[in-house]
Design a protein around this ligand. Structure first.
Ligand SMILES: [Zn+2]
Length: 229
């Protein structure tokens, strides 16, 4: 898809589905292979009766990926998409998406108390720490903590709903981050997704690592040549 052939979708509503997620899903299914903008998604997500704009539309969009198994591309996946543009290439769903084992209520309460009712995501020693109900300054919307099994289910299929140590509390954004990074069917790191979601300086570092790994040399004018200078 070259930028000149980028096709924008149309709002074909009214979308009267009962939930924000269902209304966003209907908009995407009406526009397969076409680019949808943030404004179009918010318009479709808006409550048809009260006219209220949902603040959590982005979270619901993420759930279409993680829980329903749809592919929804963004600027992170496709260079020609701008920030705040999204595209569902087709209506296929990944199998097995959304299957969940949950901790018992008592276990979940123990996890929340240990976590101090804050997200436990830990990246290189820095804990997220966003608290339940707080505004997420990065992802937007209000923080809702949900349980995450620390090990992928395939590595530990007997996830114990009664063992708090096996669970952690994560905010919505970090649930999505983890699901994107781990392929829960193989238990392997999803290297490709990690690179996709990395900031540009890190992407560049990986790019140069791969060039050198595969025996390419970058010349002073920025061009690339196989072999040494
Ligand atoms: Zn978090």
């Amino acid at each position: 898809m070259s930028p000149s052939r980028k096709l924008y979708g149309k709002h074909k509503g009214p979308y009267r589905q009962r939930s924000v997620k269902k209304r966003i899903e209907a908009l995407f299914l009406d526009n397969l292979g076409k680019v949808l903008t943030r404004e179009q998604i918010i318009k479709a997500a808006t409550d048809p009766d009260s006219g209220r704009q949902p603040e959590n539309w982005h979270q619901r969009l993420s759930e279409l990926r993680t829980d329903e198994g749809y592919t929804i591309l963004s600027w992170r996946n496709r260079g020609e998409l701008k920030v705040q543009e999204y595209l569902m290439p087709d209506k296929r769903k990944r199998r097995g998406a959304g299957k969940r084992v949950r901790p018992t209520d008592a276990t979940w309460t123990a996890v929340l108390e240990r976590a101090g009712y804050a997200c436990e995501w830990n990246e290189a020693g820095i804990v997220c720490g966003l608290e339940e109900g707080e505004n997420d300054p990065v992802g937007g919307g209000r923080v809702k903590l949900t349980p995450d099994h620390k090990n992928p289910h395939s590595l530990n299929p007997d996830a114990d709903p009664k063992t708090p140590e096996q669970w952690q509390a994560l905010c919505g954004r970090h649930q999505v981050t983890k699901k994107n990074y781990w392929d829960s069917t193989t238990g392997k790191l999803n290297t490709y997704a990690i690179v996709q979601f990395a900031p540009e300086p890190e992407k560049r570092e990986v790019f140069h690592f791969l060039l050198s790994y595969f025996g390419y040399t970058t010349l002073n004018d920025g061009s690339i040549r196989k072999g040494k200078k």
